[in-house]
Ligand binder design. Structure first.
Ligand SMILES: Nc1ncnc2c1ncn2[C@@H]1O[C@H](COP(=O)(O)OP(=O)(O)OP(=O)(O)O)[C@@H](O)[C@H]1O
Length: 582
């Protein structure tokens, strides 16, 4: 299960008898952590093994289960293990309806709502759900079926009043935080999930909105779905909403059962919840390890270990153990009917349409794509004016080539830094859900951007070429236009690649700027003669795009160019040569 590459092509439904259940049997999850300052590098930093989850037995039924614990207790890791999004070592088993969890049944039955809402800011709620439905529902779903499903989800999540409002983001004002959370959950419910995992769904919500959201989740659970939520700081009014609670601390299971069983258990152990205290908060605090100093850590660890041992010998644990290891109520088997996910054409068309609509909704986005390159036109034209045909105009022509080789590529990269991150965030979520591959995403992204590159390149090339007066033949103009377009696209592709490597957009743009500058310096030969460079730099030049782009540009303009050299110019050249070689 570790480090699996997941792309949904087709899934097999499971046939079961009785209500669904998911059990974790003796699950231990370890990760390696690098200790020490980052500058020591990967090889010199010591590796530390951390047991994130330790021998966890748990049972989830068709109910609302809260996974509670302080920060670092292992709550998110527990959901990661269930949904197979782990990068450490796992032992034990996760079993769904009597069958071990595999890639296909995880994707078919388990939906994971991550902590952050990664939605496209310019789409409406209805559009967000519709595009998600096309990516998630079976490939043969008709338009009517998709629309019906979207209506059903909006009804279920109470989103009708904002159906045609924009999602919004940091710049555009959109729907509220609670509504965004509901859209994110709605997206995950589109493929009739049987297991819904939510990581901190109430983070950032006020207590009233958090309670309303939990109420909805409880209703979903009661309609036959396993719902597990991690909660960091549960409000007291949530206590009655949870069917079950699991208390985690330091990777250990400190309690699992109903909320009233939890009160009873800890009261019996000598920790009754004080009057007017929130029991969930109180018990999360009780089992937390306080790491502020060594003494506090030791004292709190003693309390935790004692309570864990007591829980292991309690009737509550005996009942849990029985459910986990003796639950034979399911005879789930994979049947032979396979439900196909959407085909590659449908996925590509949906991604392309979604990106294009998202861009057209935001004037600054498409203006950036269309006109930023054009902003350089007046500078270049005013600076160079009309090119002459004398000796000195060679330098002007070289200057224009410099601008042509540098500007489109840089603008392509900067556009990406501005427009790509929100799309990338959505991609990260959907790729983890196994909806499509990186190649599909990048192809759709480039396909939606290329027409804009072409228009921007045509505007730039046409004005620059004919105003400055480069060689006035159509074939030469088209070569120039092609180069501008090519470099503009290359800048964007490089920035997309850098953003795949560096999560930080600034870092990505900096690295592309550096690479493009190096490519121009070593490859073009416009700022330093290639013959005067050392061999390694010259070889490096062969690897750059700018070497070939410059050669094409130089040949395009200078081949057969007639310049009129005045006598004074010839004198100057002779003078220069005489002083150089005397
Ligand atoms: N892949 C990983 N690499 C390194 N450490 C990890 C990894 N996954 C989890 N951990 C560590 O395991 C511990 C539990 O992490 P986890 O995210 O599950 O905690 P949490 O209870 O969800 O905390 P929070 O409420 O703050 O999100 C943390 O100390 C975390 O640093």
């Amino acid at each position: 299960m570790v480090g699996m590459k997941r792309t949904r092509i087709s899934v097999q439904p499971i046939t079961t008898t009785g209500p669904s259940s998911l059990v974790m049997k003796d699950v231990t999850y370890c990760v390696h952590r690098r200790i020490g300052p980052w500058w020591k590098g990967l090889c010199c930093r010591s590796k530390q093994l951390k047991n994130v989850l330790k021998n966890i037995d748990l049972h989830f039924g068709e109910e609302l289960t809260a996974i509670l614990g302080s920060s670092g207790a292992g709550k998110s890791s527990l959901l990661d293990v269930i949904s197979s999004r782990i990068d450490g070592k796992l032992s034990g088993a996760v079993v769904y309806n009597g069958q071990p969890c595999t890639e296909s049944n995880i994707q078919q039955h388990i939906a994971y709502v991550i902590q952050y809402d990664r939605l496209l800011p310019n789409l409406t709620v209805r559009e967000t759900l519709t595009y998600a439905a096309y990516l998630r529902m079976p490939g043969d779903s008709s338009k009517e079926q998709v629309e019906e499903k979207v209506e059903q989800i909006m009804h279920q999540m109470g989103l009708f009043s904002v159906a045609d409002s924009k999602i919004g983001g940091s710049v555009i004002r959109g729907i509220s935080g609670g509504e965004k959370r509901r859209v994110t959950i709605g997206v995950q419910l589109l493929n009739d999930t049987k297991v819904l995992l939510l990581d901190e769904p109430t983070t950032g919500l006020d207590s009233c909105t958090a309670k309303a959201l939990m109420n909805r989740l409880r209703t979903i659970a009661e309609s036959g779905t396993l719902v597990a939520v991690t909660v960091h700081q549960p409000g007291s009014d949530l206590f009655k909403l949870f069917h079950k609670v699991c208390l985690l601390s330091d990777g250990l299971l400190a309690f699992a059962g109903t909320p009233s069983e939890m009160l009873k258990f800890y009261t019996k152990e000598g920790y009754p919840c004080p009057q007017f205290s929130n029991p969930l908060d109180f018990y999360v605090d009780l089992v937390s390890v306080d790491r502020r100093d060594k003494t506090r850590q030791q004292n709190t660890e003693v309390v935790l270990n004692r309570l864990v041992t007591r829980f292991l010998s309690s009737p509550e644990h005996a009942s849990l153990h029985k459910t986990v290891y003796e639950d034979n109520s399911h005879t789930g088997r994979w049947n032979n009917t396979s439900v196909s996910g959407p085909g590659p054409f449908r996925i590509m068309a949906t991604l392309l349409k979604r990106m294009t609509v998202n861009m057209f909704r935001d004037r600054s986005s498409y203006c950036t794509r269309l006109f930023v390159l054009s902003l350089f036109i007046p500078f270049i034209c005013v600076f160079l004016g009309r090119l002459r045909f004398d000796q000195k105009s060679i330098q002007d022509r070289v200057g224009l080539m410099y601008q042509t080789l540098i500007v489109p590529a840089y603008v392509g990269a900067f556009n990406t830094a501005f427009l790509f991150p929100s799309l990338r965030d959505v991609y990260f979520r959907e790729h983890k859900d196994g909806l499509y591959s990186p190649l599909t995403f990048i192809s759709a992204y480039m396909m939606h951007a290329v027409p804009f590159h072409l228009i921007a390149s045509i505007i730039f090339s046409t004005i620059i070429y004919w105003v400055t007066g480069l060689k006035p033949t159509p074939d030469k103009f088209f070569v120039y236009l092609f180069l501008v377009f090519f470099l503009h696209v290359i800048g964007e592709i490089m920035a997309v690649g850098a953003m795949a490597v560096f999560k930080n957009g600034q870092m990505a743009v900096n690295s592309v700027t550096l690479i493009l500058t190096a490519s121009f310096l070593f490859g073009s030969g416009l700022l330093r003669s290639i013959d005067s460079m050392s061999d390694p730099l010259e070889w490096l030049g062969w690897l750059t795009i700018h070497k070939y782009a410059t050669e094409i540009l130089v040949a395009n303009e200078f081949q057969g160019l007639q310049l009129i050299c005045e006598v004074a110019d010839v004198h100057l050249i002779l003078q220069h040569l005489t002083s150089e070689y005397s």
